[in-house]
Structure formats: C-alpha cells, structure tokens
Write a protein that binds this ligand. Structure first.
Ligand code: SF4
Length: 329
C-alpha cells in the first residue's frame, strides 16, 4: 500500500478552508493509502515560539478536527511531530543539501514572512521547508496532499531528496521522492473577501463552530457592495457568498447566480441558503466532535500510539540514511 503524509501546524483550530483544501481528500484516500497525519507542533514554533500554550492546546484541537471529519483512528496514523526524533535528525542531515539562498527565494517563505511581519527571519523559520522534507521522508511518503501554496515546499523537498540519492545512493533510491496531490478546491477565500481564509486573519468558519456561529458569520460575509437594495441587480462574480455556494451548495450555484443577476433573490435569503448548506456539511462532524471532546484520554492514546509507530518507522529510515552516508562506528 502506498503511503501519504499530510497534516497541520498546531496553531489553532482548523476551518472549512482546510476541509475543502485537504481534509476531505484525507478522508477519501484513507482506505486506499497508508495515511500518516502529522500534528506539526515543531513547525508551529517557527511562527508561534512565544506562545507555547496555544501550540500545546492546539495539538488536541487539531487532532479532534481531523477525527471528527471522518478520519478513522484504526486506519490512519496520527502522530505528534516533536515525538518523532527521526524528523529532527533528518532535518540536520538534509540542511547540508540546500543553500540559504534557495530557502530565501522560496515564494511561500517570502509570502509568509510578510504575512507574519518577519523582517529578520529566524534560522528555524527560514529552514522549515527542510524540516518538511524530513516530515515527508521519515516514513517514505509517496503522496502529499496539499494546498497550492505548499507546492514550492514539495519541490524543495524533491530537490533535497534527489541530491541525497545522487550523492549517497550509489545509483539506488534510498529516500522516496513524494508527489503532491492538489485538491479541486485549493483555496477558499475569507468571509471578508480576503484572498485566503486564515486562522490569523479572523475571517474563517471553523469546523468546530456551532450552527449559530456559522449563521452569524455568514450574515456578515462580504457581498457585491454595489447591491444596495433588493431591487438592484447583483454581480455574483464579485461576491464572497456566491463563491461559497459554488463549493458548498454546487447544485444550486447556477440558479443562485442567475437569480442574483436578475434581482429575484435578496442577499439575506441567499445567505440563509448558504448557512443551511454549510451547517448540513458540519452537522455530522459535530456529533463526532462531541464524542472526542468528552473522551480526551482516547484522543491522547490515539496520538501516543501513532507517535510510537512513527518513531519505529523513522528510526529505520534514519539507520538507512546514516548507513548510506557512512555515519557509522
Ligand atoms: Fe451575493 Fe447572493 Fe447577494 Fe448575489 S444575492 S450579491 S450572490 S449574497
């Protein structure tokens, strides 16, 4: 069975953008692939090192987000990054195989540095794509489901792996080169019309939001600002709500666009329909979430078991890597 590595930074709860961008793929692929899901608490430190309490609490939040959307703990391996020593070791070895300039020119690093207001990048932040290469390869993942913005990191990881295999493999592929798997809905815009729904941007609907919270957030979503009165014809192409209908209410999307254009639906009714669609997606997740929220010991045991398995596999990979590099007594 081929293997998948995917996961999330533990810097807060996951939102519906994560679901359409990645989580729904994980659920769909868990039967066909040996699925490893990383709770990336070390990577979370690269941006949130001053807030370890948030990172620690988010380990549970993100684990429960994954479990409540339908990932089956008997099929997947859910593990905590900081518990897998092999990832740290591989990161050090791989760091010799990438230049500082290559990391500086990584477009995602540049965008994120700007987003976080980092003028003077820390060594850890600049190097996190190297750590990601270690995440993908400690278990020799074949496939990495990601959003579009993470593709440069996979390309960077492939370069490192190719270099490693060429240098130390003597014609053999010691480490597997992973491929990216991009979702059909790579990026969901924010409720405020921002090009990205983000945990830090305050424009997200969380998987853990109640029905009432979803309704309230959608009520405030940005629409076609030129549509002042219900009699005004709207332009769904510039409306956040219509874009969400396309994703969460696809069977009604064309009708809604038509009705908006000829002013036969008002924004209030349009938003109500969207709220229903989003809530009917989230409702089954809420039941599972309630179970895991009240069984945190079970969640902890799932993470511990997954981390033990990841450690075993990672240790074997490190031995192969060290042997290839002649790091032996
Ligand atoms: Fe947007 Fe719907 Fe209002 Fe049209 S009717 S502007 S799609 S909220």
């Amino acid at each position: 069975m081929k293997r998948i590595l995917t996961g999330d930074r533990t810097t807060g709860k996951l939102h519906i953008g994560h679901y359409v961008g990645s989580l729904q793929n994980r659920v769909a692929l868990q039967d066909a692939y040996d699925t490893f899901i990383i709770l990336a608490d070390v990577q979370a430190l690269t941006t949130h090192f001053e807030n370890p309490g948030l990172i620690n609490e988010s380990i549970y939040d993100v684990a429960i987000d994954n479990l409540s959307v339908g990932l089956d703990p008997n099929k997947i391996t859910l593990f905590q990054q900081s518990r897998v020593k092999a990832i740290a070791e591989l990161t050090i070895f791989y760091s010799m195989l990438v230049s500082v300039n290559a990391l500086r020119h990584n477009p995602t690093i540049k965008t994120e540095a700007k987003q976080y207001g980092f003028d003077d990048l820390s060594y850890g932040f600049l190097g996190y794509p190297v750590s990601q290469a270690a995440d993908m390869t400690f278990c020799n993942a074949d496939l990495v489901p990601v959003g579009e913005d993470q593709v440069p990191h996979i390309e960077q990881a492939r370069k490192i792996i190719r270099r490693f295999n060429t240098l130390y493999g003597k014609g053999e592929s010691i480490i597997t080169e992973p491929r990216e798997f991009i979702s059909n809905t790579p990026r969901l815009i924010g409720l405020d019309g921002n090009s990205k729904m983000g945990k830090s941007l305050g424009n997200a609907i969380y998987l853990s939001d109640t029905k009432e919270a979803v309704n309230q957030k959608i009520k405030l979503a940005v629409t076609d600002k030129n549509r002042i009165s219900i009699k005004d014809k709207g332009n769904p192409d510039i409306c956040t709500v219509s874009k969400y209908h396309q994703v969460f209410n696809p069977s009604s999307y064309n009708d809604i666009c038509e009705m908006c254009k000829n002013a036969s639906i008002g924004c209030v009714a349009c938003k109500k329909q969207l709220s229903q669609a989003v809530n009917s997606l989230l409702e089954p997740f809420r039941e599972k979430r309630a179970y895991y929220e009240s069984h945190r010991d079970e969640v902890r045991a799932i993470i511990e078991t997954g981390s033990e398995k990841a450690n075993q596999i990672g240790n074997e990979t490190v031995e192969q890597v060290k042997s290839a590099m002649s790091i032996q007594l």
